[in-house]
Ligand binder design. Sequence first.
Ligand SMILES: Cc1cc2nc3c(=O)[nH]c(=O)nc-3n(C[C@H](O)[C@H](O)[C@H](O)COP(=O)(O)OP(=O)(O)OC[C@H]3O[C@@H](n4cnc5c(N)ncnc54)[C@H](O)[C@@H]3O)c2cc1C
Length: 323
Amino acid sequence: MLPSFSYARPRNLREAVHLVSAPGARVQAGGTDLLGCLHDGVFGADTVVSLSGVPDLRGIRRALDGGLVIGAMTTLSEVAAHPDVVKGYPTLAQGAAAAASPQLRNQGTIGGNICQRPRCWYFRGDFHCARKGGEKCFAVEGENQFHCIFGGDVCFIVHPSDTAPALVALEAVVRIVGQNGSRSVPAEKFFVLPSTDYTRENVLTTGEIVTETVIPPQPRGARGTYRKVRARGSWDFALTGAAVAVTVSGGNVERARIVLSGVAPAPWRVPEAERALVGKRLSARTARSAAAAAVKGAQPLSGNGYKVELLRGAVEEALLSLA
Ligand SMILES: Cc1cc2nc3c(=O)[nH]c(=O)nc-3n(C[C@H](O)[C@H](O)[C@H](O)COP(=O)(O)OP(=O)(O)OC[C@H]3O[C@@H](n4cnc5c(N)ncnc54)[C@H](O)[C@@H]3O)c2cc1C
């Protein structure tokens, strides 16, 4: 059962920031994750502040420099189908299309998708785990087949979002507004690893709202894709995945960003794999060596060693699809 809370539906951003800054307030976008967390007692809320009445937060428009501005309240379906995203930023279009189910994509927003809470069954369940202020991560000695193989420290969640790795690969910037004004944070620095703070997943502080993400224009020769591996074809979270954005010039890779999903507590960049591509032709051979570099340093837990090989294959397939 949902706990009782007050509900507010501000009409503009200023009012929204004011309401969200009150103790015990929670932002609601589409509500597909928030309401589940409240229902299951993962956390509580005194007030739920819906952003659905703030028109400025919705929609996709061209930036002055030719890039794209995506309002935080734009639904995943809208992102996945928008012609400018599909044509110019296939990594993001495919990431949005791969998230959840059609119904959830119609209701869930891109802002909510990057701010959603982890799916770890100990965090979501009746366990006082480290992320909820407890003393330990139960996954270390427990059921950990869906947990991380990179970046675990105190807590071993994986970041659940399929759009977050795409935004990092595309060098997007997250715009945030709060009581002290607005700030812009590169998507790569928006997500927080457990070694920095194991009680939260991003840099948002009390009262802050994500307003939009801004993606820079892509250079000539840009190619991209998002490859997701999941247990069920219909809908499921990523077991592993790779968001790739490369620029090819004169037949060789000039620039590459590879960001992994389903394997770390935050979208996980693999610079060594990126370096394995730069200056080379995108071929079966370079795809294979970049994929091998992508899994270097993986530290599986007792039940998720399978992710290493799965990830290697996902990265190789993603790169081959761009060759
Ligand atoms: C069955 C199921 C399967 C799913 N599968 C996938 C999947 O495969 N891949 C995937 O990526 N996702 C998946 N999801 C997650 C789903 O995509 C998210 O629930 C959705 O994207 C969240 O969007 P929302 O607008 O509903 O956010 P909400 O539920 O409203 O909010 C989510 C969280 O973000 C915060 N928040 C929301 N918007 C903002 C904002 N603008 N500023 C600051 N904080 C904000 C809220 O306070 C809340 O904590 C799945 C969810 C379900 C229920």
